[in-house]
Design a protein around this ligand. Sequence first.
Ligand code: PRP
Length: 180
Amino acid sequence: MVEDIETILFHEQTILSRLDELAAQLTEDYRDKELTVVAVLNGSVMFLADLLRRIPLPLKIDALSVSSYHGGTESTGTVTFHQDKLPDIDGRHVLVLDDILDTGLTLHAICEKLRRECRPLSVECCVLLTKRKGRAAEAEAKYAGFEIGDEFVVGYGLDYDERYRNLPFVGVLRREVFGG
Ligand code: PRP
């Protein structure tokens, strides 16, 4: 598995140090607010667990299962919601948590749907990684761990064809692996 990685971009300790900073900022911003964190499955699982353990607020956790990559390295352009029931966030401040902001299609579709159908007080996004590129859909992450280029990354929750999610670091996948 590790042999498929070309370069490690962020080691575990680097990620955790950055999460300390992000968590401190979020704790400050959401103090005295009714916060629900909505995790976007599956990619956000590591990020969710490590980040939220650093936030000593009485928050609630919910999750949404969506996908748009369907095993490939490029977004299909269609965001599929895998469940009918949306989080109960009426009158609450919402922080949508995802592993990566790439084309923006996923976060755009989620935020629009939550705002339109669930009556939250506010919706902001928090991502571990944000790609330095133009977006196909309007999406903004107020909170972001690291900015990266347009390389295909895996690890720490991010997958290629459902593999590599359990690597403890974020790295660039060798092109030979996905035929890129
Ligand atoms: C990936 C990733 C983000 C989204 C970002 O999800 O986890 O949710 O794509 O890309 P975008 O900004 O171009 O929409 P994927 O559909 O691969 O599902 P996964 O979380 O289960 O890996």
